[in-house]
Structure formats: C-alpha cells, structure tokens
Design a protein around this ligand. Structure first.
Ligand SMILES: Nc1ncnc2c1ncn2[C@@H]1O[C@H](COP(=O)(O)OP(=O)(O)O)[C@@H](O)[C@H]1O
Ligand SMILES: [Mg+2]
Length: 332
C-alpha cells in the first residue's frame, strides 16, 4: 500500500498544506480521514491512494466542469504522446476528484494496459483474458455500464480496448449513419462522468470520425521532431475539414507541441507549429525525456512519480492551460 504523507500530497498537488488546517478540515470531514503512523515521538498523517481524489477535491489544481466534457486525443502519427497525454490528463483529473472515464480506441490497447495493470499482478490465466469492450456493446452482448472497469482511484474508470476493436470499423462502416454510433453509445454515461476522454489510434478511420463527432474538445499532440513535422501538416487540415464538412462544433481544438528537445531543429519546429496554428497551439509544451516513459512503466502520472521534475512542471502548466478551455465551457 502506498502511504501518502502530507509532504507527498503537497508535492502531488503543488500546494502548501498546514498541519493546523489539515487538522480542522479533517475534523469537519472536509477531507478523508488520515491514518496515523508513529515516527519517533510524532504521529504522522498519511492517506492511501484510494483517498487521493478526496484530497484533490479540496486541494487540487483543477475543478470539475459543471457538465460532462468529452475530449478526443488524436493525431495521425504514432509515438507523439497521444496515449501518454490522454493517460496523464485522465489520471490527473481523477486525482483532482473529477469523475473520469477513459475510452481506448486503439488496437494496440496501450491505454487499457496503462490503466489495467495498475491493480498489481495477475493471479491466474483467467485474469489475463481481455475483458469485453466497446465491440461487445455494439453487438448487443453487453450493456455499456457492464463493460466499464475500475482502477485504483475510485474516480477513474475505463472502457477497455481489446484486439477486436478493429471489428468496430467494419461494423460502423456498414451502417447508414456511419459516424454517430459512439456519440449515441456514450450519451447515458454523461450524467455519471464529468470528463470522458478518448485515446485514438493514429489511423484516419470511421472509428476516429465517431470519436471526433462525440467530443466537444479535440487535443492533437504534434512531435517537435523531423519525422512528426513531415507528417503532420495535412493531418490538422484533415481534422478541420472533417469538422467543417459535418458542421461540428467543438468548444476547443488544441494543438500541443510534444517531445521538445534542446536542439536547434526541435526549437524551430516548435516555432513553426506556433506560426502555423496560431491560437490553436498551446503555450505550453512537453519535453522529451526518458522520465515520461518511466512514469508510464509504473502506471503513474508524472505528478505521482516525479513531482519535482521539469516534466511535472510541463504537465502542470499544460493541464491548467487546457483546463481553462475545458472547465471554462460550463463555468463561464
Ligand atoms: N516526455 C516523454 N519523452 C519521451 N518519451 C516519452 C515521453 N512520455 C512518454 N514517452 C514514451 O514515448 C512512447 C510513445 O508515446 P505514446 O504516448 O504511446 O505515443 P502515441 O500514443 O502517440 O503512439 C512511449 O513509449 C512513452 O512511454
Ligand atoms: Mg497511443
């Protein structure tokens, strides 16, 4: 069991917490009750991981929107941090007490792996089998709420991907209205969750179009490296064109520079994205560092795993910036 001491919680939410305030808020039941651990003569408070969203509601740095917001993380390029970004945004929201649902739409199942392995190790072969996902719901074998899975944070749920997500493409393509199925499927979930986030595959497909139609925020990470730069210009155009053709209204569309390095070419590529995409481009970007990969390997956000790092500062600034658009929709 992870023990979250006051010092660790302070680092997680980047907020100073005073003992007398904690004491009084605990008494008033404004925060979850801490357990105590004797350290020499002092009795130190600590909370469990499961209790963190309760602390986040009080001390966190982002607030729940008044109505459910749906965000789609999509770029037609692999390896640009779509999954890492979706995971960090979703888990950070959940840590802040925001009821969050992740829907994975990639046959690689990367975000499902990040969310499911969280619950320690598998005990038997039965546990290793893919749980039913969206395709089983579409086929009518399960109701959507029956396939939703829980995590170590009570505010974080996910609809698991499994390899048969590729069959969805065929299923949706054969329908009269090909692109509104996911929108209909998630409708009943909007009263249960405050944030729904899609992690997409890099392909341009009917499934991706469904996710874009079902969302009111689109987040497109673009790598600040030569390979990404060469491949992305048409991709943003294509998303914008799809939006126009289908008369979609998105409350926000954010292009995020990722994998920024300390090299001249990387700086030039970032500057080029800023020129090209203007207001769509976020002021904050995410640096390339092995730490990003390490956090994922531990199934944790950078705030939990490396709160003192520059990467944690990048994510803090970026998520706060995105949140102005996401929460701003409902809270003026
Ligand atoms: N800040 C970072 N810098 C470098 N690599 C990172 C960073 N964050 C995550 N990664 C790693 O980069 C790889 C690709 O990221 P991923 O989010 O899976 O991309 P995508 O979903 O766009 O294909 C993963 O192995 C991930 O762990
Ligand atoms: Mg991915």
């Amino acid at each position: 069991m992870d023990k979250w001491t006051t010092r660790k919680v302070e680092k997680l939410f980047k907020k100073r917490l005073y003992s007398n305030i904690l004491q009084s808020e605990e008494l008033k039941q404004l925060i979850p009750p801490a357990q105590r651990e004797q350290r020499g003569k002092v009795s130190a408070r600590f909370w469990t991981t499961e209790q963190l969203p309760g602390l986040g509601l009080r001390y966190g740095f982002i607030k729940a929107p008044e109505s459910c917001q749906v965000a789609c993380v999509y770029t037609a390029k692999g390896g640009v941090l779509k999954t890492t970004l979706a995971f960090n945004i979703a888990r950070t929201a959940a840590l802040n007490g925001i009821k969050t649902l992740v829907i994975g739409l990639d046959v690689q199942c990367s975000i499902t792996d990040l969310l499911s392995k969280n619950l320690d190790q598998y005990e038997s072969i039965e546990d290793v089998k893919s749980p039913p996902g969206l395709f089983s719901v579409v086929k009518g074998d399960y109701k959507i709420h029956e396939v939703i899975q829980v995590c170590d944070l009570p505010t974080l749920h996910y609809l698991p991907e499994n390899p048969n997500i590729s069959l969805l493409e065929h299923e949706f393509s054969s329908r009269d209205n090909k692109i509104d199925s996911i929108s209909k499927l998630i409708k009943p979930l909007k009263s249960k969750y405050e944030l729904i986030i899609f992690d997409c595959s890099p392909s341009w497909s009917v499934v991706i179009k469904n996710a874009l139609l079902a969302s009111n925020h689109v987040i497109s990470p673009l790598g600040c490296d030569v390979g990404s730069y060469r491949s992305v210009s048409q991709n943003i155009q294509r998303i914008s064109q799809f939006k126009e053709e289908n008369d979609l209204f998105w409350d926000s569309f954010s292009v995020i520079p990722t994998l920024r390095e300390n090299s001249k070419i990387s700086a030039q590529i970032e500057a080029q994205y800023r020129t090209e995409y203007g207001d769509l481009c976020s002021n904050n970007s995410i640096r390339r560092t092995v730490l990003g990969q390490e956090n994922s390997l531990k199934f944790k956000t950078v705030f939990e795993d490396a709160p003192n790092s520059s990467l944690s500062d990048n994510y803090f600034d970026l998520i706060k910036e995105l949140w102005v658009k996401i929460e701003g929709v409902t809270n003026g």
